[in-house]
Design a protein around this ligand. Structure first.
Ligand code: PMP
Ligand code: GLN
Length: 382
């Protein structure tokens, strides 16, 4: 018997990350597509996880996360941004940022309410909004200014807007949102019912002495915002899928109502390990320098190629403009170069509802220098 399945996401296929990583594997291409390091996390962190498994910390954790870890997260955020979230009521440990984002949207967006996303937009936002039966409203990042387009946002915000999702440092462009744009948003939202979701998973990967302008730094924003981050990016452990969400109590109360039925709680031994490991502040404070060296290595290694680019301000991604090399669409070029030239990247048109005419590919530089050098050699020949 053939079941008649009516898709809840009729326009959605398999994510570009899965598609490009599979293609890279099939053709044994160097995989600078899906964002993940090709090196391992800190040996002490791995040792701590093993110790906590052996110590028998293998049953359910408290629903919102181990208190030690929530306390450690609260202290970390206070050290970064000078604002203290209450570990009891204002922090929840999540199964990565993806689950935090999904849970936040499900908990806070009612059918018909509008959610503004900034394009190119990370791919998990729109499907979650659609599943909540909200309406996706798309505005463009100002690529020339490398910042939010405040005029476009101004026009998009209305009394139907329930949420604005911002992402800084920004995947896939590597741009960061400026202090003045954050202040503008703080002012613009005063007196409205709009919630801000700050996707800050690359908070510790920011270059050239710039400051990460978190939603937590602006009093008028943080009272209406959720701050989402991921330990996967910070500790080179993307496969562990663990992160956190922080925000004011009334919003977090609604968040946790959904969280408890979405996952209930997340991986316990890793929570114990992270609570201890977060005491080594230098590990995350040195991450900017660690990745800045990789960005510089990669950008230097592709000097003399025909790509045009501005070095990223944050994240572990570098956008390259290939318009002097090939005029085909980024999806065609990304696939062909993976199959025939041995180098995989991410076409950024997939992060738009209606992609503009532009020729950019995204390359992940969270790789060992040998990998980056081999990739650069191929890129210089294009
Ligand atoms: N947001 C952005 C901008 C990301 O790049 C990613 C993952 N790379 C996520 C959210 C999801 O993070 P996680 O793997 O912790 O779910
Ligand atoms: N966030 C990672 C990227 O941008 C991929 C995560 C995933 O594969 N879903 O490449």
């Amino acid at each position: 018997m053939a079941l008649h399945l009516r898709s809840r996401l009729p326009k959605v296929g398999t994510t570009i990350f899965t598609v490009m990583s599979a293609l890279a594997q099939e053709h044994q291409a160097i995989n600078l597509s899906q964002g993940f390091p090709d090196f391992d996390g800190h040996p002490d962190l791995k040792r701590l996880v093993k110790e906590h498994i052996d110590a028998g910390h293998n049953q359910y954790a408290p629903m919102a996360g181990l208190m030690e870890l929530r306390e450690a997260v609260s202290e970390k955020i206070e050290g970064q941004h000078g604002h203290s979230y209450d570990p009891v009521s204002e922090i929840c440990i999540t199964a990565g940022a993806t689950q935090a984002i999904f849970t936040a949207i499900m908990a806070l967006v009612h059918p018909g309410e509008e959610v503004i996303i900034v394009e190119p937009a990370y791919d998990c936002y729109a499907p979650a909004i659609e599943l909540a039966r909200g309406t996706v409203v798309r505005v463009s990042f100002d690529m020339a200014k490398a910042d939010l387009d405040t005029d476009a946002l101004d026009h998009a915000i209305s009394d139907r807007t329930r949420m604005v999702i911002i992402n800084t440092p920004h995947n896939p462009t590597g741009h960061i949102i400026s202090e003045s744009s954050m202040k503008w948003l703080e002012q613009r939202l005063t007196g409205t019912e709009v919630i801000v979701l700050g996707d800050e998973v690359y908070e510790h990967i920011i270059f050239d002495g710039r400051i990460h302008e978190s939603v937590a730094r602006f009093p008028g924003l943080r009272e209406r915002s959720l701050l989402v981050s991921s330990f996967g990016k910070t500790f080179h452990t993307t496969g562990w899928k663990i992160g956190y969400c922080a925000g004011p109590e009334p919003i977090m109360t609604e968040f946790k109502k959904v969280h408890q039925f979405n996952v209930f709680c997340v991986n316990r031994p890793i929570q114990h390990a992270l609570a201890e490991f977060l005491k080594k502040k230098e590990v995350y404070l040195e991450l900017n320098d660690f990745y800045q060296q990789k960005r510089d290595f990669f950008c230097k290694a592709i000097e003399g190629s025909r790509f045009k680019f501005v070095p990223s301000a944050g994240t572990y991604f570098q956008l390259l403009d290939y318009s002097d090399i090939d005029m085909r669409t980024d999806i065609e070029v990304a696939k062909q170069w993976t199959k025939e030239k041995g180098i995989a990247s991410i076409p950024i048109s997939v992060f738009y509802g209606d992609p503009p005419e532009q020729q950019y590919l995204r390359f992940c530089f969270a790789k060992n220098e040998e990998t980056l050098e081999q990739a650069a050699q191929l890129l210089r020949q294009l």
